[in-house]
Design a protein around this ligand. Structure first.
Ligand code: PHE
Length: 471
């Protein structure tokens, strides 16, 4: 192929291929751990209702907008903002933010995923009791052997990505997503048969509206947005691999339902598990930090199964759960690393192979200080101080790009689609493969809200998060 002719853009093989890949991205640590705990602490079914409302009323229209932008532009986020704005410099910068964000999220997400591998390795060697000890997490994350796991993990991820959209990303999701669903179901059924499980179900599902306040509502929206992988440039990029003949509204709806369904089921697993083994569990004490929960709290829950099913049985349950979490993290990690790669390919006209080598180098360079942030290096461990706390380099990246920026990128997507690309452009794109879209209730709602209430709400979430974290 000549230098100037653009390489043929990869495509998902079918609607199902897109749905599985996008669900693979969406289902992650947030669904399996953060959601169940947030829901149970914040009023159970009452929280669930608020969450569902936000998924439908705020997040779903943003999903449509992101996928439509990508399909129309046939580009990564930088190229999409640039092309659809007719070359505006200001929107070009927004596009860069939408690529920098996934780049940085990948940095600490790969470190967390490497920890999961260490935990799996320890569990397979009979180390459940050791992992359940309080000091274990901080000991493990400071081990220099983490680098070996990190490099091995990144090698696997980049080999998957080298295989391209269909044979790499999509094939991975086709294998891992059904496996994840089956394992989740099996483990949930097992836990629900245990004594005291009912107390957990009640705690999870009985609505308690007295817990609702502004912070909870804010948290529910942030979690919904994050869980659907919005504001990370992922759906813009995946939209560019989406077939022109399929309905964007229909496919993204299935992704949203699958993502929410998995989060809900994870709650049916985690809460009853907590109560079954500690009937007086004080869930107030649970933090919603996924990292703390997965690595410090969950091994304790599994260890407490020992009385019922023996040490081996408890270890097996823990291995199944950590494998499931690892699968969810791996498909999310692959999806997020694809975004900068697609940017290097489109904007710098690199071959896929070269873009992958470039991205692998950059990611490794930034991931190493992140991995050294938890005790290995004093400089990176006490890197900076804000909000009255000393923070590591890892914390800084996570706070800025994971906790804060996403609603801002989402806000920009809404303003861009409604006011720059214009609703007529969006509607024309959403109509392709979906003749019923124009004039539907959904169409009317999107036209009404995408340039008004949705960005306003996202801006409020952004500002209140900034206030909470940094001041
Ligand atoms: N949606 C993912 C989750 O719920 C978030 C995520 C996606 C994180 C992609 C990293 C990469 O955990």
């Amino acid at each position: 192929m000549s230098e100037t002719a653009p390489a043929k853009r990869g495509k998902f093989s079918s609607r199902t291929g897109f749905i599985l890949a996008a669900a693979g991205s969406a289902v992650g640590l947030g669904n399996l751990v953060a959601f169940p705990v947030m829901a149970s602490k914040n009023g159970g079914a009452a929280f669930l209702l608020v969450y569902l409302f936000f998924i439908a009323a705020i997040c779903y229209p943003v999903m449509l907008a992101e996928v439509a932008m990508g399909r129309k532009a046939q580009r990564n986020p930088v190229g999409a903002f640039l092309a659809l704005s007719g070359g505006s410099r200001r929107w070009h910068l927004v596009g860069m933010l939408a690529v920098l964000t996934p780049f940085m999220i990948a940095v600490f997400y790969s470190v967390i995923t490497a920890w999961l591998l260490v935990y799996l390795r320890e569990l397979l060697g009979g180390g459940l009791a050791m992992l359940a000890e309080d000091a274990s997490f901080s000991e493990i994350v400071a081990r220099p052997s983490i680098f070996g796991y990190l490099i091995a993990l990144l090698a696997v991820v980049f080999v998957i990505l080298l295989n391209g959209i269909r044979r790499g990303i999509e094939r991975l999701a086709r294998v891992l997503m059904p496996a994840l669903a089956v394992m989740l179901l099996a483990l949930t059924i097992f836990v629900l048969t245990l004594e005291n499980a009912n107390a957990g179900i009640a705690y999870y599902l009985v609505p308690d509206f007295s817990r609702m306040n502004l912070a909870v509502v804010n948290g529910a929206l942030a979690q919904a947005f994050f869980s659907l992988s919005l504001g990370m440039g992922i759906l813009i990029t995946y939209g560019s691999y989406f077939s022109p003949g399929d309905s964007i509204a229909g496919s993204t709806r299935t992704v949203a339902i699958a993502d929410t369904g998995i989060a809900f089921f994870a709650g049916l697993l985690i809460l009853p598990a907590i109560f079954a083994f500690d009937a007086n569990a004080n869930t107030e004490e649970l933090s919603t930090s996924s990292v703390g929960l997965i690595f410090s709290f969950l091994p304790k829950i599994f260890l407490s199964m020992e009385a019922a099913v023996g040490y081996t049985g408890a270890s097996i349950a823990a291995v199944v759960f950590f494998t499931l979490v690892f699968f969810a993290a791996l498909t999310s990690l692959v999806s997020i690393i694809e975004i900068p790669i697609s940017c290097w390919i489109d904007e710098w006209k690199l071959s896929r192979g070269r873009a992958i080598v470039l991205q692998a180098t950059l990611l490794t360079l930034v991931a190493i200080p992140a991995a050294m942030s938890l005790g290995m290096s004093d400089f990176f461990t006490s890197f900076i101080s804000y909000g009255g706390e000393s923070k590591s380099f890892f914390d800084l990246v996570a706070d800025v790009f994971y906790e804060t920026i996403l609603p801002l990128v989402g806000f920009s997507v809404c303003i861009f689609c409604a006011w720059r690309w214009k609703l007529s452009g969006l509607t024309a794109e959403l109509e392709i493969g979906d003749p019923g879209y124009r004039g539907s209730w959904l169409h009317r709602y999107v036209d009404f809200s995408l340039g008004t209430i949705i960005p306003a709400v996202l801006l409020v979430v952004f500002l209140s998060t900034v206030y909470q974290i940094y001041f």
